[in-house]
Design a protein around this ligand. Structure first.
Ligand SMILES: Nc1ncnc2c1ncn2[C@@H]1O[C@H](COP(=O)(O)OP(=O)(O)O)[C@@H](O)[C@H]1O
Ligand SMILES: [Mg+2]
Length: 372
């Protein structure tokens, strides 16, 4: 599949040999002080039995390094079955996923997206290594409604990441709490967007096998707004589908409920202009903001940058910036300090890497395909 992988993703190919339950990785290490250039060293990464997630096409495992320079570090590895469609479509989908995750793994994006450390493959599987976020994904934290300031803060962070994606002419298309990982839990949330692959696969085989995702899908994706009703272009690929999803996530965060339990209630909302109501205690400004994100017609929704400029977000989150609280951990999680998390996440990042002042937009040529 190398011929289909963009130069950017190819750059991040790792030398790994997967064995039963562990992986041997060979990497080159230079030691400037001793004048040693690119000496090969081996690391052993053991799958520690912790399955972090299971999707339609693969599994996400946690691995711990038990020998070599990264000993003691953890990482997440997404193992994806390669041959899920025709050979050409599956290769294309996987190479797009790789290009996207590798592009957004630039250090400049580290606050917004889950970073990858590189990838490797075998005949049947593609493996994507990632920073491991012990607090898991946002779906764990949805039992009770969050205070408005916290819901608004998470919404803002997701919109910031999306803004980069949309400026790179890329839509996520599968935004939902399971695809938003938690770096720090509330009240001072820090979340990151992840999983750039499923949305691509929706092109091929899985629109109907994605059970559980639909509640965050825009009306045009669910067929409630007919495509020819909407203005211009292929609306299924439009960034507006992501904006709806952010609205639905904001709704879920602040109410503890999904916005529409079934298709009928979504149809009533779209056809009869029923209003969305959040919970008592949520400001009118935030209500209006969420309703704008969830406008029934895609062209009525704001862009990510317009949404970010809405004064409601800064008003709703202002309370957080004056709070002395420190991040907490998920129920039942071992407490992990911010520093530990950061170290874990960045442990294997090439130290020579330069931080660009503003995130580069790397994708215009590689990803145009995702907009059809
Ligand atoms: N880097 C990570 N750190 C911790 N948990 C993760 C990580 N990546 C994924 N997970 C967990 O695995 C689940 C599935 O991963 P995801 O990349 O969304 O795969 P899929 O394509 O199967 O949805 C996520 O919802 C999350 O709970
Ligand atoms: Mg996912």
């Amino acid at each position: 599949m190398e011929d289909l992988v963009s130069g950017l993703a190819l750059h991040w190919q790792l030398q790994c040999t997967p064995e039963e339950g562990y992986t041997v990785q060979t990497k080159c290490v230079s030691d400037r002080s001793r004048g040693i250039r690119r000496m090969p060293v081996q690391e052993r990464w053991d799958r520690d039995g912790q399955k972090l997630g299971q999707g339609t096409f693969g599994v996400v495992w946690r691995e711990k390094c038990t020998s070599g320079p990264s000993t003691g570090k953890s990482r997440a590895v997404k193992q994806i079955f390669k041959n899920f469609g025709s050979p050409s479509s599956s290769s294309k989908v996987l190479s797009t996923e790789l290009s996207v995750i590798m592009g957004f793994s630039d250090k400049a994006y580290r606050d917004y997206f889950v970073r990858s450390f590189g990838w490797y493959d075998t005949k049947d599987f593609l493996y994507i290594t990632m920073e491991y976020l012990p607090l898991g994904d946002l779906s764990r934290y949805l039992k009770d409604p969050l205070p408005e300031a916290q819901a608004a803060s998470i919404t803002l962070q997701v919109l910031e990441g999306l803004n980069f994606m949309h400026q790179s002419k890329l839509t996520h298309r599968d935004l939902k709490p399971n695809n938003i990982l938690v770096q720090h839990a509330g009240p001072c949330w820090w979340v990151k967007i992840s999983d750039f692959g499923t949305s691509k696969r929706m092109d091929t085989a899985t629109l109907c096998s994605n059970v559980g995702t639909v509640v965050y899908q825009a009306p045009e994706v669910r067929g409630v707004v007919k495509l020819n009703d909407a203005a211009g272009g292929n609306q299924l690929l439009s960034p507006a589908v992501d904006i709806w999803a952010v609205g639905a996530i904001a709704f879920r965060l602040s109410t503890g409920r999904v916005p529409f339990e079934d298709l009928l209630s979504l149809c009533r909302y779209v056809d009869h202009g029923e209003s969305l109501s959040l919970v008592d205690g949520t400001s009118e400004g935030f209500n209006t903001f969420v309703a704008k994100l969830m406008a029934p017609l895609p062209h009525d929704r704001p862009t990510a940058s317009e949404a970010l400029a809405d004064s409601c977000l800064s008003l709703s989150t202002s309370e957080l910036s004056t709070r002395p609280d420190h991040p907490t951990t998920a129920p039942g999680e071992k407490s992990i300090s911010a520093q530990e998390l950061t170290e874990d996440a960045s442990a294997q990042w090439p130290p020579s890497e330069q931080v660009t002042e503003r995130p580069p937009y790397l994708f215009s040529s590689a990803i145009d395909a995702s907009h059809g």
